[in-house]
Design a protein around this ligand. Structure first.
Ligand code: B1M
Length: 212
Protein backbone atom coordinates (compact mmCIF):
# COMPACT_ATOMS: atom_id res chain seq x y z
CA UNK A 1 0.00 0.00 0.00
CA UNK A 2 2.73 2.47 1.06
CA UNK A 3 4.80 1.66 -2.05
CA UNK A 4 1.73 2.15 -4.23
CA UNK A 5 1.03 5.59 -2.75
CA UNK A 6 4.67 6.69 -3.13
CA UNK A 7 4.89 5.44 -6.71
CA UNK A 8 1.60 7.22 -7.48
CA UNK A 9 2.96 10.41 -5.91
CA UNK A 10 6.13 10.22 -7.99
CA UNK A 11 4.08 9.68 -11.16
CA UNK A 12 1.70 12.54 -10.27
CA UNK A 13 4.64 14.97 -9.94
CA UNK A 14 6.24 13.74 -13.17
CA UNK A 15 2.99 14.16 -15.11
CA UNK A 16 2.33 17.52 -13.41
CA UNK A 17 -1.01 16.45 -11.95
CA UNK A 18 -1.39 18.85 -9.01
CA UNK A 19 -4.77 17.53 -7.84
CA UNK A 20 -3.59 13.93 -7.81
CA UNK A 21 -0.40 15.00 -5.99
CA UNK A 22 -2.44 16.71 -3.25
CA UNK A 23 -4.80 13.75 -3.01
CA UNK A 24 -1.91 11.27 -2.62
CA UNK A 25 -0.07 13.44 -0.08
CA UNK A 26 -3.28 13.52 1.97
CA UNK A 27 -3.61 9.76 1.66
CA UNK A 28 0.04 9.18 2.63
CA UNK A 29 -0.41 11.36 5.74
CA UNK A 30 -3.64 9.56 6.63
CA UNK A 31 -1.79 6.22 6.34
CA UNK A 32 0.90 7.63 8.68
CA UNK A 33 3.73 7.18 6.19
CA UNK A 34 6.92 8.78 7.55
CA UNK A 35 7.25 12.44 6.48
CA UNK A 36 10.78 11.84 5.17
CA UNK A 37 9.55 8.94 3.01
CA UNK A 38 6.75 11.04 1.49
CA UNK A 39 9.31 13.73 0.70
CA UNK A 40 12.27 11.65 -0.46
CA UNK A 41 10.56 8.70 -2.12
CA UNK A 42 7.54 10.61 -3.42
CA UNK A 43 7.80 14.33 -4.17
CA UNK A 44 11.59 14.74 -4.44
CA UNK A 45 12.01 11.42 -6.29
CA UNK A 46 9.44 12.61 -8.85
CA UNK A 47 11.17 15.95 -9.34
CA UNK A 48 14.55 14.22 -9.76
CA UNK A 49 13.12 12.17 -12.64
CA UNK A 50 11.75 15.40 -14.15
CA UNK A 51 15.32 16.75 -13.97
CA UNK A 52 16.72 13.71 -15.77
CA UNK A 53 14.05 13.93 -18.48
CA UNK A 54 14.78 17.66 -18.90
CA UNK A 55 18.50 16.94 -19.24
CA UNK A 56 17.76 14.26 -21.88
CA UNK A 57 15.46 16.58 -23.83
CA UNK A 58 12.48 14.31 -23.14
CA UNK A 59 10.90 17.21 -21.21
CA UNK A 60 10.96 20.91 -22.12
CA UNK A 61 10.41 24.06 -20.03
CA UNK A 62 6.55 23.82 -19.91
CA UNK A 63 6.61 20.23 -18.59
CA UNK A 64 9.13 21.23 -15.92
CA UNK A 65 6.97 24.20 -14.88
CA UNK A 66 3.85 22.01 -14.66
CA UNK A 67 5.71 19.36 -12.63
CA UNK A 68 7.05 22.07 -10.30
CA UNK A 69 3.49 23.35 -9.80
CA UNK A 70 2.38 19.84 -8.77
CA UNK A 71 5.37 19.58 -6.45
CA UNK A 72 4.46 22.94 -4.85
CA UNK A 73 0.85 21.79 -4.39
CA UNK A 74 2.09 18.72 -2.50
CA UNK A 75 4.64 20.73 -0.51
CA UNK A 76 2.00 23.23 0.65
CA UNK A 77 0.26 20.34 2.47
CA UNK A 78 3.58 18.91 3.70
CA UNK A 79 5.08 22.12 5.12
CA UNK A 80 3.37 22.14 8.56
CA UNK A 81 4.15 18.43 8.93
CA UNK A 82 7.81 18.98 7.98
CA UNK A 83 8.07 21.76 10.56
CA UNK A 84 6.44 19.55 13.23
CA UNK A 85 8.76 16.64 12.41
CA UNK A 86 11.76 18.98 12.68
CA UNK A 87 13.16 17.91 9.30
CA UNK A 88 15.94 20.23 8.23
CA UNK A 89 16.65 21.14 4.60
CA UNK A 90 19.83 19.59 3.11
CA UNK A 91 21.41 23.06 2.99
CA UNK A 92 20.52 26.71 2.58
CA UNK A 93 21.32 28.09 -0.86
CA UNK A 94 20.76 31.48 -2.51
CA UNK A 95 20.39 32.37 -6.15
CA UNK A 96 19.90 35.45 -8.29
CA UNK A 97 20.24 36.84 -11.78
CA UNK A 98 23.22 39.19 -11.68
CA UNK A 99 23.17 42.99 -11.78
CA UNK A 100 21.82 44.54 -14.96
CA UNK A 101 20.17 41.30 -16.10
CA UNK A 102 16.39 40.86 -16.08
CA UNK A 103 16.17 37.30 -17.49
CA UNK A 104 14.70 34.92 -14.94
CA UNK A 105 13.15 31.93 -16.71
CA UNK A 106 16.28 29.76 -16.45
CA UNK A 107 17.03 31.00 -12.93
CA UNK A 108 13.49 30.09 -11.86
CA UNK A 109 13.96 26.58 -13.24
CA UNK A 110 17.09 26.21 -11.12
CA UNK A 111 15.10 27.45 -8.08
CA UNK A 112 12.45 24.78 -8.73
CA UNK A 113 15.00 22.01 -9.16
CA UNK A 114 16.89 23.03 -6.02
CA UNK A 115 13.66 23.19 -4.00
CA UNK A 116 12.65 19.87 -5.52
CA UNK A 117 15.93 18.36 -4.35
CA UNK A 118 15.27 19.43 -0.74
CA UNK A 119 17.34 22.61 -0.45
CA UNK A 120 16.06 25.75 1.32
CA UNK A 121 16.30 28.34 -1.45
CA UNK A 122 16.65 32.08 -0.94
CA UNK A 123 15.55 33.46 -4.32
CA UNK A 124 17.06 36.93 -4.58
CA UNK A 125 15.35 37.66 -7.91
CA UNK A 126 16.75 39.58 -10.88
CA UNK A 127 19.19 42.49 -11.25
CA UNK A 128 20.83 41.46 -7.96
CA UNK A 129 23.71 43.57 -6.67
CA UNK A 130 26.94 42.07 -5.30
CA UNK A 131 25.99 43.43 -1.86
CA UNK A 132 22.78 41.38 -1.86
CA UNK A 133 24.75 38.20 -2.59
CA UNK A 134 27.13 39.03 0.29
CA UNK A 135 24.09 39.58 2.54
CA UNK A 136 22.69 36.17 1.55
CA UNK A 137 25.96 34.51 2.60
CA UNK A 138 25.86 36.41 5.90
CA UNK A 139 22.32 35.05 6.31
CA UNK A 140 23.63 31.49 6.10
CA UNK A 141 23.63 30.47 2.42
CA UNK A 142 26.34 27.85 1.90
CA UNK A 143 25.98 28.02 -1.88
CA UNK A 144 25.33 31.03 -4.08
CA UNK A 145 23.98 30.53 -7.58
CA UNK A 146 24.59 33.19 -10.21
CA UNK A 147 22.62 33.32 -13.44
CA UNK A 148 23.28 35.55 -16.47
CA UNK A 149 21.85 35.55 -19.99
CA UNK A 150 23.75 38.46 -21.51
CA UNK A 151 27.38 38.64 -22.51
CA UNK A 152 27.33 42.16 -21.08
CA UNK A 153 26.12 41.06 -17.63
CA UNK A 154 27.98 37.79 -17.15
CA UNK A 155 31.01 39.90 -16.21
CA UNK A 156 29.10 40.88 -13.04
CA UNK A 157 29.68 37.32 -11.81
CA UNK A 158 33.32 38.23 -11.29
CA UNK A 159 32.25 41.34 -9.34
CA UNK A 160 30.18 39.15 -7.02
CA UNK A 161 33.18 36.92 -6.33
CA UNK A 162 35.36 39.97 -5.68
CA UNK A 163 32.71 41.41 -3.32
CA UNK A 164 32.56 38.11 -1.40
CA UNK A 165 36.36 38.20 -1.06
CA UNK A 166 36.32 41.84 0.06
CA UNK A 167 33.67 40.99 2.68
CA UNK A 168 35.88 38.14 3.94
CA UNK A 169 33.25 35.45 3.27
CA UNK A 170 34.49 33.84 0.04
CA UNK A 171 35.75 30.76 1.90
CA UNK A 172 32.36 30.27 3.61
CA UNK A 173 30.46 29.76 0.36
CA UNK A 174 30.54 27.76 -2.86
CA UNK A 175 29.63 29.50 -6.09
CA UNK A 176 27.73 27.80 -8.91
CA UNK A 177 27.21 29.74 -12.13
CA UNK A 178 25.10 29.22 -15.23
CA UNK A 179 23.18 30.82 -18.08
CA UNK A 180 23.32 30.66 -21.88
CA UNK A 181 26.59 32.61 -22.46
CA UNK A 182 28.39 31.06 -19.47
CA UNK A 183 30.91 28.23 -19.90
CA UNK A 184 33.13 26.01 -17.77
CA UNK A 185 36.17 27.95 -18.95
CA UNK A 186 34.54 31.21 -17.80
CA UNK A 187 33.85 29.61 -14.41
CA UNK A 188 37.52 28.61 -14.19
CA UNK A 189 38.63 32.09 -15.26
CA UNK A 190 36.65 33.93 -12.55
CA UNK A 191 37.22 31.33 -9.82
CA UNK A 192 33.67 29.97 -9.46
CA UNK A 193 33.41 26.54 -7.82
CA UNK A 194 31.17 25.01 -10.49
CA UNK A 195 29.38 25.60 -13.77
CA UNK A 196 26.07 23.98 -14.66
CA UNK A 197 24.76 23.92 -18.22
CA UNK A 198 21.15 23.33 -17.17
CA UNK A 199 18.84 23.39 -14.16
CA UNK A 200 19.02 19.64 -13.49
CA UNK A 201 22.83 19.66 -13.59
CA UNK A 202 22.71 22.57 -11.13
CA UNK A 203 21.37 20.10 -8.53
CA UNK A 204 24.28 17.70 -9.14
CA UNK A 205 26.77 20.58 -8.93
CA UNK A 206 25.48 21.84 -5.56
CA UNK A 207 25.70 18.32 -4.14
CA UNK A 208 29.19 18.00 -5.62
CA UNK A 209 30.54 21.27 -4.17
CA UNK A 210 28.99 20.53 -0.76
CA UNK A 211 30.17 16.90 -0.95
CA UNK A 212 26.71 15.49 -0.13
CO1 B1M B 1 16.57 38.60 -23.89
N1 B1M B 1 18.21 38.17 -24.83
N2 B1M B 1 17.05 40.47 -23.87
N3 B1M B 1 14.80 38.87 -23.13
N4 B1M B 1 16.14 36.83 -24.36
C1 B1M B 1 18.49 36.76 -25.09
C2 B1M B 1 19.25 36.14 -23.95
C3 B1M B 1 19.33 36.84 -26.44
C4 B1M B 1 20.26 35.65 -26.65
C5 B1M B 1 18.36 37.04 -27.62
C6 B1M B 1 19.09 37.21 -28.94
O1 B1M B 1 19.59 38.24 -29.25
N5 B1M B 1 19.15 36.17 -29.73
C7 B1M B 1 20.08 38.19 -26.25
C8 B1M B 1 21.42 38.11 -25.56
C9 B1M B 1 22.59 38.32 -26.49
C10 B1M B 1 23.86 38.23 -25.76
O2 B1M B 1 24.11 38.90 -24.81
N6 B1M B 1 24.70 37.34 -26.23
C11 B1M B 1 19.05 38.98 -25.47
C12 B1M B 1 19.00 40.39 -25.41
C13 B1M B 1 20.01 41.12 -26.26
C14 B1M B 1 18.08 41.10 -24.62
C15 B1M B 1 17.91 42.60 -24.47
C16 B1M B 1 19.21 43.40 -24.39
C17 B1M B 1 17.04 43.05 -25.66
C18 B1M B 1 16.84 44.54 -25.74
O3 B1M B 1 16.20 45.12 -24.91
N7 B1M B 1 17.45 45.10 -26.76
C19 B1M B 1 17.07 42.73 -23.18
C20 B1M B 1 17.97 42.82 -21.95
C21 B1M B 1 17.18 43.08 -20.71
C22 B1M B 1 18.06 42.90 -19.47
O4 B1M B 1 18.22 41.80 -19.01
N8 B1M B 1 18.66 43.98 -19.01
C23 B1M B 1 16.34 41.43 -23.19
C24 B1M B 1 15.09 41.25 -22.63
C25 B1M B 1 14.38 40.08 -22.65
C26 B1M B 1 12.95 39.95 -22.13
C27 B1M B 1 12.67 40.79 -20.88
C28 B1M B 1 12.03 40.40 -23.25
C29 B1M B 1 12.81 38.39 -21.94
C30 B1M B 1 13.15 37.89 -20.53
C31 B1M B 1 11.90 37.53 -19.75
C32 B1M B 1 12.25 36.82 -18.49
O5 B1M B 1 13.27 36.17 -18.33
N9 B1M B 1 11.35 36.94 -17.56
C33 B1M B 1 13.90 37.89 -22.89
C34 B1M B 1 13.98 36.56 -23.36
C35 B1M B 1 12.81 35.66 -23.03
C36 B1M B 1 15.06 36.08 -24.12
C37 B1M B 1 15.22 34.72 -24.82
C38 B1M B 1 14.29 34.76 -26.03
C39 B1M B 1 14.91 33.49 -24.01
C40 B1M B 1 15.70 33.35 -22.71
C41 B1M B 1 15.12 32.22 -21.91
O6 B1M B 1 14.32 32.43 -21.00
N10 B1M B 1 15.44 30.99 -22.30
C42 B1M B 1 16.76 34.73 -25.22
C43 B1M B 1 17.03 34.11 -26.57
C44 B1M B 1 17.16 32.62 -26.48
O7 B1M B 1 17.73 32.08 -25.55
N11 B1M B 1 16.65 31.97 -27.48
C45 B1M B 1 17.13 36.14 -25.02
C46 B1M B 1 14.88 29.77 -21.69
C47 B1M B 1 15.63 29.44 -20.41
C48 B1M B 1 15.04 28.19 -19.81
O8 B1M B 1 16.96 29.22 -20.74
O9 B1M B 1 17.78 31.15 -19.33
O10 B1M B 1 19.38 29.86 -20.84
P1 B1M B 1 18.20 29.88 -19.96
O11 B1M B 1 18.44 28.89 -18.73
C49 B1M B 1 18.92 27.58 -18.92
C50 B1M B 1 20.44 27.46 -18.80
O12 B1M B 1 21.12 28.58 -19.30
C51 B1M B 1 20.67 27.16 -17.35
O13 B1M B 1 19.51 26.44 -16.97
C52 B1M B 1 18.37 26.84 -17.74
C53 B1M B 1 17.58 25.63 -18.15
O14 B1M B 1 18.15 24.44 -18.00
N12 B1M B 1 20.83 28.23 -16.38
C54 B1M B 1 21.52 27.96 -15.23
C55 B1M B 1 20.39 29.48 -16.31
N13 B1M B 1 20.77 30.05 -15.19
C56 B1M B 1 21.48 29.14 -14.48
C57 B1M B 1 22.09 29.19 -13.23
C58 B1M B 1 22.75 28.06 -12.77
C59 B1M B 1 22.81 26.90 -13.53
C60 B1M B 1 22.19 26.81 -14.76
O15 B1M B 1 23.36 27.99 -11.58
C61 B1M B 1 23.18 29.02 -10.68
Amino acid sequence: MAEEILQGLKDAVISGNANKTKELVDQALKENLPIEKILNDGLIAGMMIVGVKFKNNEFYVPEVLIAARAMHAGMSIMEPHIAKAGIKPIAKVAIGTVKGDLHDIGKNLVVMMWKGAGFAVDDLGIDVSSEKFVEAVNNGASVVGLSALLTTTMVSMKDVIEALKAAGVRDKVKIVIGGAPVTQSYADEIGADAYAADAATAVDKVKEVLKI
